[in-house]
Structures are given as structure tokens and as C-alpha cells.
Design a binder for this molecule. Sequence first.
Ligand code: SAH
Length: 272
Amino acid sequence: MTVELITKAQSKNNNSRGQVALVGAGPGDPELLTLKALKAIENADLILFDNLVSQDIRALFPPHTKAIYVGKKKADHCIPQDQLNLFMVDKAKQGLNICRLKGGDPFVFGRGSEEQLVLHAHDIKTIVVPGVTAASGCTAYAGIPLTHRGLSTGCTFITGHLKNGQLDLNWSQLAHLEHTLVFYMGLGKLAEISAQLLSHGLDSNTPAALIENGSTPQQREFVGTVATLPTLAIEHQLQSPSLIVIGQVVSLAEQLSWRDLEQAAKNQELSA
Ligand code: SAH
């Protein structure tokens, strides 16, 4: 059944209320949108989108559909979360089908589940469309596998932005996991992340990378070690959104890089 069919059937069953699709837009490249995400965008009466939804994806919004930017840059919370939740409830009660579009995956540091709890409390039906999360999208585009036999037995996603502003993490556990560590929202706390991991026993030569604007034409990636990351970030003036990847898998980045080849093929197509 297409998203359109689900949407129409479900809204009829619920006194003509609209439903909310919590949709992941992936890390930026529009070709990483799922077919289901694209259908949810095309079938919505109203699109509410975050800062991390790339310009190329915004360009896919149907011109006749109302789309509202609801912010979420650190210093730019356009609409406070509580108000946004109530706005969605209100619009769904009016019968609008809403596409709540978020960068990456709505359930990975995306507040999708928080919004869903509020919507369900108001008896609004939801569907969830997963997206490619930054950890897998950005690393893949930088030639870094999240796991690799013999180098990493797992992968841990960590937020570098905590509610009270404190990075109160279990550092000794993180330093000894022998996993790939992926920090989201960590750029502002990079010096602390590096220092804490080192002081809790992570080898200072552990390979590490910073990936800015992953999967977009503006992607930049820098490879160093857990000890050199803070200097790299300053030297190259990294900006948000940036992802921090720490672990032996980063040592494969040079061998596995593929984007230059893709770009060369595209250029060749253009000049043919
Ligand atoms: N729900 C999103 C994450 C939201 S938290 C997801 O699943 O990807 C926002 C953080 O994600 C950013 O601060 C950054 O650390 C990371 N991020 C998202 N998109 C990114 C991109 N294109 N390049 C680098 N980092 C990205």
C-alpha cells in the first residue's frame, strides 16, 4: 500500500483527523531519501522541516504544498519544541496530513519518539519512516566502514550535546569498548571529548575523523588521531553539522575512498 493510501484510509477511520508521518530525510544527498519518504513528502498537506534537511531535498517539496521551517539549529530554535508539538496536534485535528521531516533518522537523536508520544497522547495517528542516519551516511561517503572484521566489533552512537550542558558520559567504558565511537552534536565539545577519552586510557594514536556536511557536495573530511582532532577542527574551521568518528576503522578511509571516482565519472558524463 502506498503512503497515500495509508494516509487516506487512516484519517477516515479517525473522524477525519489527519495523521503525522515522522520522516527521516537522511544526511543530505537527496538520492539517499527512501521511496517512502519521498511519497510522504509528495502526499502531505503540510511539511514541517528541520534545519538539517538539505536544500536539495527542500527542492523536492511540491510547490503547492505549504512547508514550514521549524529550525533546530543550536542557537536558532525557531519554534520551541512544546509549541511545535501542539501546533502539529492542532493541524492534525483540523484534518491535515503532516510530513514531519527530520535530518537523518527521526529516532536517532531526532526527538521523533518524543513527538510521537505527544501525538499519541492526543490520539493522533503516526507513521514512522526511518532515514539514513548521519553515522552510516557520512562515514560511507568518507570511505569509513562502521565495523570491519578485525578492527571493530561494534559501533556506539553518542550525543555530545546533553541537556544540562555537561558531558556526563561513562568515559572509562567508552575508552575501553574497542568499538567505533560516533559522536553526534560533538563539535563544540571536541576538546573535552578528546581529553576525556585520552585520560581514561584510549590510545592517543587511535585513528579519528571529522566529517562536515556529509553526503552533500560540500562534504569535507579530515583524518587524524583522537589526540589531534581538536587542532584539526580549529585549523580547518569546521562548522556544524559535523560528525566525529573515532576507532581503528578510520584507518581504512584512504583505501576505501570512492567519491572522487564518482565525481570524475559524473564530470565525464557531463562533458560527453
Ligand atoms: N537525526 C539525525 C541526527 C540529529 S542530531 C540523524 O539521524 O542523523 C544532529 C547532528 O547529527 C549534527 O550535529 C551532526 O553531528 C550530525 N549530522 C547530521 N547530518 C550530518 C551531516 N550531513 N554531516 C555531518 N554530520 C551530520
